[in-house]
Design a protein around this ligand. Structure first.
Ligand SMILES: *Cc1c(COP(=O)(O)O)cnc(C)c1O
Length: 407
């Protein structure tokens, strides 16, 4: 398939660009010993999981399905080559009926409250899992995107210093323990007496598209509020939101942050970026359906195919275009849905746009295919991989059935 033969709309993901990002992340791991995981919620194009699993230590999931996807598409294919990617999971609250299956897939399970630790922790420990608790260091480091700030007042994400101290001393009741009597006896010597002693690690996730200065500030808050608990842990997870593969990101400072936790507390450091793995590695190719005055109607939709454009909101980069008025011909680019606000943005061009022109939006690998939808019965964009040889290969095609089957 040639470039001009690509069906539109389609997401094109470039394997070589993903690999460039993975090399940067692997560099951090090699220099520091930190363990980096793919946060699948940003990018779940599992055709690339074997490649990602070659470079990174594994993946993290927001729930059962992502955990299963990692097990099936990263852990299973790599088992043949002797690699054992880690499979982590965090959820604000687990469902009882999911938990046995989660234990099948995951090796690290992060909880969001002491209540969750009480409810599921003993079962997880009995199954030999690493368990952690998500903390809220109450340190907001960005103002732009309140919707992405888990440190906002009243946040449901993570345990504050006060809540942490309240639950830490709570006794673990043997009556609640799973496993046989013999098993329990053999484990007696290392049986935890309180909830704190059950934990292997702490987890925080408070950043969003940020540089390592924000991480450094957050670590100050973590040490100030939770420092007394760190020496008793095996690991700390710095969450995601680290824009490590962005040009200009301060990697040496990130590595100082990692070493600080390693050297001071003897901790294994995990990072679980989503965006950084697939940043600037994908495109959304679309066509102009018609020019209607100052509006150009495209065969792609902000609301359906790039929802973060409206949710975040932001103006995606469009190849060959300028700011409104910068070039002679300015258009408002919109989708074919009924939503008045289904506008991608205003862009200018050197020549007038016309029906059938192809437009290429940049940085469309992340939070795109994982969030798209068929509102208005919009078709979903195909998923195309451009491999390292420059060949285009259709990974997934969608049709009417994909719209109908969910309704
Ligand atoms: C969203 C999220 C990530 C990934 O964040 P990015 O901004 O994509 O790097 C990692 N961990 C948790 C717990 C998250 O919620």
């Amino acid at each position: 398939m040639k470039w001009f033969e690509l069906p539109t709309p389609c997401y094109v993901i470039e394997e070589g660009l993903i690999e460039d990002n993975l090399k940067i992340l692997r560099g951090v791991m090699e220099r520091t010993g930190a363990r980096i995981l793919l946060a699948q919620k940003a990018f779940s194009m599992y055709a690339l999981y074997p490649l990602i699993g070659e470079y990174l230590c594994g993946a993290t999931a927001s729930g059962l399905y992502e955990a299963r996807l990692c097990a099936e598409e990263m852990c299973r294919p790599l088992a043949a080559s002797g690699r054992k990617p880690e499979n982590h999971i965090f959820s604000p609250a687990y469902r009882q009926q999911d938990f046995d299956e989660i234990l099948e897939y995951c090796d690290h399970i992060v909880f969001n409250s002491w209540k969750q630790v009480e409810k599921f922790g003993i079962q997880a420990k009995a199954a030999g899992k690493n368990i952690g608790l998500r903390i809220n260091p109450e340190c907001s480091t960005q103002e732009g995107h309140a919707i992405y700030d888990p440190c906002a007042p009243g946040s449901r994400l993570g345990v504050t210093k006060e809540k942490f101290a309240e639950g830490a001393e709570k006794p673990v009741f043997p009556a609640k323990k799973a496993g046989s009597a013999a098993q329990r006896r053999s484990e007696k010597s290392r049986e935890p007496e309180n909830l704190l002693q059950m934990l292997d690690g702490l987890h925080f996730h408070t950043l969003c598209e940020q540089d390592s200065d924000a991480l450094e500030k957050t670590l100050d808050a973590v040490e100030e509020r939770f420092g007394e608990y760190l020496p008793g842990m095996k690991w700390i997870n710095f969450g995601g939101g680290h824009h490590i593969t962005r040009e200009g990101y301060d990697i040496p400072r990130l590595e100082r942050c990692i070493r600080r936790m390693q050297e001071k507390y003897g901790l294994t450091v995990y990072l679980e970026p989503g965006e950084a793995v697939a940043l600037n590695a994908g495109f959304l190719v679309c066509s102009v359906l018609e020019i209607q005055g100052e509006n150009a109607i495209l065969d792609t939709s902000a609301a359906c195919h790039m929802p973060d454009v409206l949710e975040m909101p932001y103006r995606p980069v469009l190849q060959g275009s300028g700011q409104p008025g910068e070039k002679p011909f300015t258009y408002r680019l919109g989708g074919p849905t009924c939503l008045a606000g289904d506008i991608i943005g205003e862009y200018s061009f050197g020549t007038p746009l016309k029906e059938g022109d192809r437009l290429v939006f940049e940085d469309m690998a992340i939070y795109s295919m994982v969030k798209n939808n068929t509102f208005n019965g919009m078709p979903l964009p195909d998923i195309v991989l451009r491999d390292k040889a420059g060949e285009y290969r259709t990974v997934r095609q969608f049709g009417y059935g994909d719209f109908k089957m969910r309704l």
